[in-house]
Design a protein around this ligand. Structure first.
Ligand code: NCD
Length: 321
């Protein structure tokens, strides 16, 4: 039994996390992994209700939040097509929708994915119950960062003294931003090498922010030269939808295959290193790499289920039983 730091709090960003808080969640996620694999009953959230509102497409995040809530005994109102089928189409503000959903569902927690960078802060300001950010615009994906860290912790065996290569789209993508910040906040002696085409590289201001957190940051433009000393290679896709919104599909086509982790390149990694990807993937991570013993991106999703169970439980239950 121990009290927990997440009780009744919003979880909209990694910014306020401490190492102790994160380790608390990692341990609860380990417990949930056992619950899942042993098919044991752990339903501390019976009679509680989750509203899961997604304004952007999702497979992993949506299904794992939905399953996480159900597995803990909750009932769920889950809507994946908020942008097409909710009153957003009629011009309703996010603030009004959040207040509405609380009244219409009696939700104890609201899980939100939305294309606006500040959506989860707006939701939190207008919510009577805790809000969990399941992906906000191009800025944050704080539960993905936690599940990524859990994957690293379980598969590399530590969250310190790490050399992580993050590859893909660091301009529009939110996963590498949240994970890099989280590593800067809770890890000791962590170096992140961002690999991306120049146009999709991390911006100066963000590099400064990471450096202030104590993270060692490098930028690279040749995947082949940075793989051999990596503990983790974290691949991401180039984010087509944001190019589409900006009417820049030609640029997307030009940039999308800039960095591909081919089976041959993957062999340059240390034998004990791992390959991660938040998924979905496009061509940057060919299916032929799936049989490489370093591949962890499918297992990574199971951490997502366990971690989201841990987070829901921690937010809704003062004392873990
Ligand atoms: C990511 C996202 O939505 O940001 N997907 C996910 O949640 N696993 C990554 C992506 O869409 O590229």
């Amino acid at each position: 039994m121990s009290s927990n730091p997440f009780y009744k709090k919003h979880y909209t960003t990694v910014d306020n996390l401490t190492r102790a808080n994160v380790m608390y969640l990692m341990q609860r996620a380990d417990f949930m992994l056992d619950v899942i694999s042993n098919k044991s009953e752990h339903i501390p959230l019976k009679n509680k209700h989750a509203a899961i509102l997604f304004y952007q497409p999702s497979t992993r995040t949506y299904t794992s939040f939905h399953a996480a809530a159900c597995r803990l005994g909750m009932t769920v109102t889950g809507i994946q097509g908020m942008s097409a089928y909710s009153s957003a189409v009629k011009g309703e503000t996010l603030a009004d929708t959040i207040k509405t959903v609380y009244q219409t569902t009696g939700a104890d927690v609201i899980v939100l994915r939305h294309p606006d960078d500040d959506s989860s802060e707006t939701a939190a300001k207008n919510s009577y119950v805790p809000v969990i950010n399941a992906g906000s615009g191009k800025r944050e994906h704080p539960t993905q960062a936690l599940l990524d860290l859990h994957t690293i912790y379980k598969n590399v065996g530590r969250i310190d003294n790490l050399n992580i290569v993050m590859v893909g789209d660091h301009l529009f993508g939110r996963t590498t931003k949240s994970l890099a910040k989280l590593l800067g906040l809770v890890g000791e002696n962590v170096k992140v090498t961002f690999v991306a085409p120049k146009e999709l590289q991390v911006v100066e201001e963000f590099i400064g922010e990471l450096a202030q957190m104590g993270l060692a940051v490098e930028l690279a433009y040749d995947l082949g030269t940075v793989l051999d000393c990596a503990d983790v290679v974290y691949m991401t896709r180039v984010q087509k939808e944001w190019f589409e919104d900006a009417g820049r599909l030609e640029d997307y086509k030009r940039l999308k295959d800039s960095f591909i982790l081919t089976p041959m390149l993957a062999e340059e990694m240390k034998p004990e290193s791992i390959i991660m990807h938040p998924l979905p993937r496009t061509d940057e991570l060919p299916p032929e790499v799936d049989t490489n013993p370093r591949a962890r991106y499918f297992k990574q999703m199971r951490s997502g289920l366990a971690l989201r169970m841990a987070l829901l439980e921690s937010i809704l239950l003062a004392e873990v039983v």
